[in-house]
Design a protein around this ligand. Structure first.
Ligand SMILES: [Zn+2]
Ligand SMILES: [Zn+2]
Ligand SMILES: [Zn+2]
Ligand SMILES: [Zn+2]
Ligand SMILES: [Zn+2]
Length: 333
């Protein structure tokens, strides 16, 4: 959003001249009502006993509170005695402190035109003042790194356990065990994905579900989650990846029957349902605003069918419309 100074009414007004007059009887002061004895002033056709009484009529500067006796600026019904006073009301850039009339709001925070261009923090989406090093080239601001980023495996584990509980509470019946959770940075995640996925998925990926199946053995399932995401995002990605696990546990022919966008779109839809139910606004926004042809369009395609439905609607769609085959023993091929 660009704050455009030109849209504001700027009015320059030159005040009437104040005459000091002496001589003939002037009557009473238009401000204080006292009768004027000798010396008095005339301003805009009225008589005043003193300059103090004249000044009481003058507008005050909204910034410095002084009476304005010459030219002034009127902006949004407020008066300012000078450009300097008006400029002090402009929000300073969060990075350099510059007060510029053409400042830009990014996510509601003011920045000068130069700093509003980024680069932006991946978590708060604001232009970065000081960059924190997460070891894989991602741009995260120092304040998000300190206060919002999930940086340890133990914290990631705790959040994932909560994710799993919330996922199960959505009546997603997962008789199998929790996948093992591993926290990885972007370099490691890209390396893992590089073996399996298209470029686009690698670029945007924040999680990865890996499943090894061997006849007669329980499947080995690992869920990789990206480090230094903020908590709401860990939840959103966690639901998505857990849905991959749920699908694989419950159906034997997922990738044959679901197109790539339906598969990812369904995982996004489940994440969106849970984020909406649990007040995870950031998760909801990220999913809804996604313009990706697979994840974003896939989500919208699945949402058009399942709407705000529940697990029964998911099962009905998968089994009746898509022809997915229910596994006889959960998790067994
Ligand atoms: Zn007076
Ligand atoms: Zn002023
Ligand atoms: Zn700046
Ligand atoms: Zn940030
Ligand atoms: Zn996925």
């Amino acid at each position: 959003m660009l704050f455009n100074f030109k849209t504001l009414a700027v009015v320059l007004i030159l005040f009437g001249f104040i005459f000091p007059v002496s001589g003939k009887s002037p009557g009473r002061c238009a401000t204080c009502g006292r009768s004027i004895v000798s010396s008095f002033s005339v301003f805009e056709g009225k008589n005043y006993c003193s300059e103090v009484c004249v000044e009481k009529l003058l507008p005050t500067c909204h910034q410095c509170q002084k009476r304005i006796i010459s030219n002034f600026i009127k902006v949004e019904n407020r008066n300012y005695c000078s450009d300097e006073c008006f400029d002090l009301t402009i929000s300073p850039c969060e990075i350099c402190g510059l007060r510029n009339r053409s400042y830009v709001l990014v996510e509601g925070v003011p920045f000068c035109e130069k700093h509003a261009k980024g680069p932006f923090c991946e978590i708060c989406l604001l232009p970065v003042k000081t960059k924190a090093d997460v070891g894989d080239g991602r741009l995260i601001c120092k304040s998000c790194h300190q206060s919002r980023a999930v940086l340890t495996g133990s914290r990631m584990d705790l959040i994932y356990q909560a994710t799993w509980k919330q996922f199960s509470a959505f009546s997603m019946n997962t008789s199998g065990s929790l996948p093992v959770v591993k926290m990885v940075n972007k370099t490691a995640l890209n390396f893992l994905l590089g073996k399996t996925f298209r470029d686009n998925d690698i670029h945007r990926s924040q999680g990865f579900y890996l499943r090894k199946e061997e006849t007669g053995k329980p499947a080995e399932c690992t869920l990789y989650l990206l480090s230094a995401m903020d908590e709401p995002l860990v939840y959103a990605v966690g639901y998505h990846e857990t849905m991959h696990h749920w699908l694989a546990e419950n159906y034997s022919n997922v990738s044959q029957k679901l197109s790539h966008d339906e598969h990812e779109g369904l995982c996004q839809w489940v994440s969106w349902r849970l984020c909406s139910d649990l007040g995870n606004v950031r998760g909801v926004q990220i999913i809804e605003k996604d313009t990706d042809p697979v994840y974003g369009d896939g989500f919208r395609k699945v949402k058009a069918v399942l709407k705000e439905g529940n697990v029964q609607d998911v099962r009905r769609w998968l089994e009746q419309d898509k022809g997915l085959k229910v596994r006889s023993v959960s998790g067994q091929p």
